[in-house]
Design a protein around this ligand. Structure first.
Ligand code: GDG
Length: 466
């Protein structure tokens, strides 16, 4: 079996024993089991990066290959094309899309530089797994250099409907680039459908079967591979400090209080203002919960150099102030809003002692927080997950209370329903949810993706049409 080569915008930390995110754990495990290389940006922005500046470090049988970005590349490739064009449009926010030709130029150039950097390090039998929207043109750049490797792509964010994708400038080019992969993986069946529908309407690709196409002499597989979490590890973290949790529980039950929790990167796709308004609506409609229900929103800072992110932050601060100003009392405030990242262990504990996990993105590829919230619960006294129907996770997690995040009343009603749900129903729902996330965990995600990539039939690459 050949090595695994992972390429992503940022690399994970191979040096530390405990990886912070579930995704990093999955990738590091896969890399260690077959030996391999992880390539990406090292997070540094420098004056003049060159291919020869790439850093190579080895940890056991895994090598990390990193490059830095120039100011211009960071501005145009990362903040520009990736986060002002692809991120908003793939999340159905065409209104926030800001396209400029230099964004696309640098996006292509950085992908070219990534391909140049890694090319001489590749072995013929390497299996290459490329991650996410930053690197769509990566395979086409490698093919241009004669690569006949099996190259797979996995999109972590949603693939939008035909009308939305075809509104993205250069979508035809993006399509041609995607079709240079051997396996194109998405989070959900809905994403696969959107992509296939787009191909049928906008390309001459021939469908050999629903998930297999023929294009320019090559065969390309398309599939859904819903990403999961390491449920056992997250649950263990949530149960580490039992004593503190019990005290917190007792305090809450004495005061007849309960906590609603959300944790997200502060991103406009996550539906934070709508969620706060739903909580306000819940308090307006059910004043008996004043003094009892607390909503804790952890919003870790993200992409602060992009204006749309600063705007959403200001809106949240204003909303928190307004709701607390109206309802807070000397010993209670309805909303606790934390605009910084907190330790993963603490997050797990907080999930465990919160009665309701309120996860209502307007769009999300999957949403790992929803799965982590389930993993953190006590089977005997589990909390309830309220989940947006527009999170990829909703395709699997039918036993959550599924809501339309745009419908403030519906979300407020769901909070009420959760607050009054019987223990029997809570346990039954949690049992089913836990078995879902345990069965479809992060290990299974990477096993199934890599098995599908190994199984693809490749033929010699064709040069791309411009
Ligand atoms: C993209 C897609 C897809 C959050 N706050 C803190 C913190 N987190 C952790 C969570 C979770 C991760 O960050 C967030 O993952 P999500 O999946 O919820 O969202 P994105 O970052 O948007 O991820 C998404 C994912 O890729 C994987 O494919 O599911 O749809 O958008 O693990 O726990 N972690 C710590 N402190 C925090 O304050 N330590």
């Amino acid at each position: 079996m050949g090595r695994l080569v992972v390429v992503s915008n940022r690399t994970g930390d191979l040096g530390t024993k405990t990886q912070t995110g579930g995704l990093a754990v999955g990738i590091v495990d896969a890399l260690k089991s077959s030996g391999g290389m992880w390539m990406g940006w090292n997070g540094e922005v420098v004056d003049k990066p060159e291919t020869s500046n790439a850093q190579l470090t080895t940890h056991g049988n895994v090598t990390s290959l990193t490059v830095s970005l120039s100011e211009q590349e960071h501005e145009n490739y990362y903040l520009g094309f990736a986060n002002k064009v692809l991120w908003p449009s793939f999340h159905y926010r065409l209104d926030l899309m800001d396209y400029r030709t230099e964004f696309a130029k640098h996006y292509a150039a950085v992908n070219r530089r990534f391909a140049d950097t890694i090319h001489s390090h590749l072995r013929n039998d390497d299996l290459i797994w490329v991650h996410d929207y930053h690197l769509i043109p990566f395979a086409s750049e490698l093919r241009r250099r004669g690569s006949a490797h099996k190259i797979g792509f996995f999109l972590h964010i949603p693939f939008p409907s035909v009308d939305v994708f075809s509104a993205v400038p250069r979508h035809g080019w993006l399509r041609e680039c995607l079709l240079q992969y051997d396996l194109i993986g998405f989070q959900t069946k809905n994403d696969v459908q959107n992509f296939c529908r787009y191909l049928k309407e906008h390309s001459k690709a021939k469908f050999l079967s629903p998930n297999l196409i023929r294009w320019q002499g090559r065969t390309i597989s398309i599939g859904d591979f819903p990403i999961g979490v390491d449920a056992g590890q997250f649950s263990a973290m949530a149960h580490e400090r039992d004593e503190g949790i019990e005290l917190e529980r007792m305090r809450r039950s004495l005061l007849k209080r309960f906590q609603v929790i959300s944790a997200d990167r502060l991103d406009y796709s996550k539906g934070l203002p709508q969620r706060m308004k739903a909580f306000r609506k819940f308090l307006d409609s059910y004043p008996e919960y004043l003094g009892r229900a607390e909503y804790l929103q952890i919003a870790s800072p993200s992409r602060e150099d992009v204006t749309a992110y600063a705007d959403i932050r200001a809106e949240l601060e204003q909303l928190t102030g307004a709701v607390n100003g109206k309802y807070a009392d000397f010993n209670w405030a309805p909303i606790q809003y934390i605009n910084r990242s907190i330790e993963r262990e603490k997050l797990a504990l907080l999930f465990r002692c919160s009665l309701i996990g309120l996860i209502t993105p307007l769009r999300d590829g999957m949403n790992l927080v929803a799965k982590e919230y389930i993993a953190a619960q006590d089977a005997e006294d589990p909390g309830i997950l309220i989940l947006s129907k527009f999170a990829g996770a909703a395709e699997q997690l039918n036993d959550a209370l599924i809501v339309n995040p745009y419908d403030i009343n519906e979300v407020a009603q769901a909070i009420r329903r959760a607050a009054t749900m019987s223990m029997e129903e809570r346990r039954a729902r949690h049992r089913n949810l836990l078995s879902q996330i345990s069965e479809y965990d992060v290990q299974r995600w990477q096993n199934e993706y890599l098995a599908a990539l190994r199984a693809v039939q490749t033929v010699a690459p064709q040069s791309m049409r411009s």
